[in-house]
Write a protein that binds this ligand. Sequence first.
Ligand SMILES: CC(C)(COP(=O)(O)OP(=O)(O)OC[C@H]1O[C@@H](n2cnc3c(N)ncnc32)[C@H](O)[C@@H]1OP(=O)(O)O)[C@@H](O)C(=O)NCCC(=O)NCCS
Length: 190
Amino acid sequence: MVLTTDRLIMRDFEESDWPAVLGYQSDARYLRYYDWVDRTPAAVQALVGLFLEQQAATPRIAYQLAITLKETGQLIGNCGIRLAHAEARQADLGYELDPDHWGYGYAFEAAQAVVAHGFLALKVHRVWASCVADNVRSAHLLEKLGLRQEGRLRENEYYKDRWWDTLLYGLIEDEWRARGSEASFSPDRP
Ligand SMILES: CC(C)(COP(=O)(O)OP(=O)(O)OC[C@H]1O[C@@H](n2cnc3c(N)ncnc32)[C@H](O)[C@@H]1OP(=O)(O)O)[C@@H](O)C(=O)NCCC(=O)NCCS
């Protein structure tokens, strides 16, 4: 599956993508809000293997797409939307970028297309996401996408010697359509 935006091509993962993922997931800026302290080739190969399994599943319920730059083909992150099961009418959103590519609006561009895929192709009623409260870049991105903060789970995760709050966000189909996001989306855009 492929989703195309102005600057990005989002495509299914290939087995050979793991070194690019290991490269950015080993960056301290990336690792800051995860419980991982480091990443290994075996762990990243397993993660990419999971994405490959999800791609092959019938029916497919998880779409974790590699974000690549249209101009160079470089893999700079991933973005995904996942149903809990085939009949679910809601899906959760996730994303991550190589820190060298933060601050260019790539995550916003990718996530906009993935959210549109959720509402238009998967026909979900609600898209939700969670993020660590301290991860202000992620919370800011969710708010730019139109998701509303619906809750805060206080000190519900413990790693790296401290407790972390988690924010929950949601976006309902009507709210998404009211933003006019539908008009700007075309899955077949060259
Ligand atoms: C979360 C994450 C993806 C956000 O990345 P990001 O680059 O900050 O997000 P965006 O794509 O929204 O880009 C942000 C900035 O790019 C700038 N920008 C530059 N060119 C732009 C363009 N053409 N279009 C839009 N924004 C642009 C904007 O100023 C924007 O900041 P603003 O919204 O304050 O104006 C990134 O921090 C990350 O990968 N973190 C590690 C993994 C992670 O935490 N994942 C989430 C787990 S919940």
